[in-house]
Write a protein that binds this ligand. Sequence first.
Ligand SMILES: Nc1ncnc2c1ncn2[C@@H]1O[C@H](COP(=O)(O)OP(=O)(O)OP(=O)(O)O)[C@@H](O)[C@H]1O
Length: 485
Amino acid sequence: MLKFIVKLHPEIAIKSKSVRKRFTKLLENNIKIVLRRVDEKVQVRNNWDNISVVSLLDSEQVRLDIIDGLKRIPGIVQFIEVTETDFDSIDDIYQKALELIGHTIAGKTFCVRCKRSGKHDFTSSDVERYVGGGLNQHVEGARVKLSHPEVTVRLEVRDDKAYIVTQTHLGMAGFPLPTQEDVLSLMSGGFDSGVASYQMIRKGARTHFLFFNLGGAAHEIGVKQASYYIWKQFSSTHKVKFVTVDFEPVVAEILENVENSQMGVVLKRMMMRAGSQVAEKLGVQALVTGESIGQVSSQTLANLSVIDRVTETLIIRPLIQHDKQDIIDIARKIGTAEMAESMPEYCGVISKKPTVKAKIKTILAEEAKFDFDVLNTVVENARVMDIRDIDTEAKQEVKEAESVSDLPEGAVVVDIRSPEEEDANPLELEGIEVVHLPFFRLATKFGDLPKDKEYYLYCAKGVMSQLQALILHEEGFSNVKVYRP
Ligand SMILES: Nc1ncnc2c1ncn2[C@@H]1O[C@H](COP(=O)(O)OP(=O)(O)OP(=O)(O)O)[C@@H](O)[C@H]1O
């Protein structure tokens, strides 16, 4: 039996009874949805102070999948893994503790904490002393230290069962989805907008995605895949929309009419205007961007203030004070960094000397030359899709092989992982030709491979391989598929 206990987030625990009830109910439901994909009979119980998860599928893979699932559900700060055991005496509890957690205290200071409920002829302190004493004596280098020990061994005795905490895991924290109102995240696919979207999901806001296509087909593919990935990883319990607005006509109008140094701010204001209209259509109250103070010369307070004044809609900038390195670290942790690194960026407008001190009067004068029918038309023609269709469409476009036996005769597998990843986990496929071409070289080197073969891209998670295959298709390489075992 696998058992986990999801501790209640301290920020949820201090809420009023009715709010706490609503939050924990949502969390319970989300846990059920995610974990039923691992074990459809998983038992999830809301015990008010915690939520317990039990699976009778006693396999290591199921255990790892449950841990992975719980780590990707907003609103979970911490969860513990527990082993349940029967006992007749305190010594039975000690023996089981020695077997399960003895190795975790070797060479360390530790203490034992026990909670007890039910009728027993011993107290919880008796258990702490007996188990602590035994471990102190029999585990190499382990030493009891009651204040500030390196490891705390946690036990619970409830009636005729004892529970031993074998591991503590950290979750993504935040609040359960959807305890906050919906938001619409402006996604450009770089490090920032991906992390900003993740931060809003983490805070319990159902996060829809909006992409302004400035003219790069490969960029659109990249942003769609990155958005789908973020949704699938952290908020797949709730359906969201992905919206594409064709911004090429708006860019053309800006290039033609707006003074060079003001183009960047005007483009952002056009995005906010369009974003507000799309948000209204979707019934969403706030826009999210990945902007951060001083990150690029145009992201100054003066410019952000002028950008804000274009709309009444709330604009949230979760990364406003983050350093770039922090953002990249988070992107790496959540798995969007490689996608951001390989995102074919498309700027649309490039100013030689972009203003860092936009003035509302100057901007309004520039915008007076702009034909707003162009903006209204692109918003009217916005394509709103269910985010799940991104994957369906991608799978229709790029064929997949799920095992070596699916690979046709003469097929070549292209390992697109980074050299470090390849070294750590080499890909060995008997009888199949494997070529190594890291994803960041595909754009420049794929064309050099012989044209008469079929290529199956491979990466660890199957996300980058799909993204890169779609981009290569867009570039005319129809002989590219995905190998996703
Ligand atoms: N084509 C676009 N579609 C949707 N949103 C966009 C687009 N371009 C920019 N944005 C929004 O504006 C923010 C700032 O964009 P900008 O290009 O100035 O900075 P950036 O550092 O390149 O952002 P990112 O790392 O997110 O690509 C982005 O984080 C995103 O929220």
